[in-house]
Design a protein around this ligand. Structure first.
Ligand code: SF4
Length: 153
């Protein structure tokens, strides 16, 4: 049995910041595969950011500074709450048998494998992995990482 951890919004869970989902047919089809267990996870819901919630983005506040996850309106910093929620999920996944693959929502500041990175003014300056994508890669280096543009068949 393969075990895939999937961004919950790709499975139709209405957990995005606007309160909607982003269902992906190819990902949803995996739910019917007899040899696959899907583990849905939404880092932003797990971090109690609410739903709907103010949008967040990846920000590097100064050259060389660590990437943080800030509200687009700069009225809050979700980094620590997200990191705690993601560490807890990684611990749980490891405890319950590990993960063969992650299928993550592209461009999300939490889930994206390569998401827009901003300066403090909100200007896009490049790309960086979302917080969950980065942490999951560290914790599960042998797993495969995909997004909904290239899900596992
Ligand atoms: S992209 Fe990730 S954090 Fe955003 S709604 Fe989907 S599962 Fe949640």
């Amino acid at each position: 049995m393969k075990r895939y951890c999937v961004s919950a919004c790709l499975l139709g869970v209405p957990c995005r910041w606007k309160g909607d989902a982003k269902p992906c047919e190819a990902v949803q089809r995996l739910a019917d595969a007899p040899d696959v267990e899907l583990v849905p996870f939404c880092p932003e819901l797990a971090a109690d950011l609410g739903c709907p919630r103010p949008p967040i983005e990846l920000v590097r506040e100064a050259p060389g500074a660590p990437v943080r996850v800030l509200r687009v309106d700069r009225q809050g910093d979700a980094t620590d709450a997200l990191r705690a929620a993601c560490e807890a999920e990684a611990d749980e996944l490891a405890r319950t048998g590990g993960v063969d693959a992650f299928i993550l929502k592209s461009r999300s500041p939490s889930c994206g494998l390569s998401s827009p990175l901003h300066d403090p003014s909100g200007r896009e300056t490049g790309t960086a992995p979302g917080l969950w994508a980065a942490l999951a890669r560290e914790r599960f280096p042998a797993a495969s990482f995909r997004d909904e543009t290239d899900p596992l068949a």
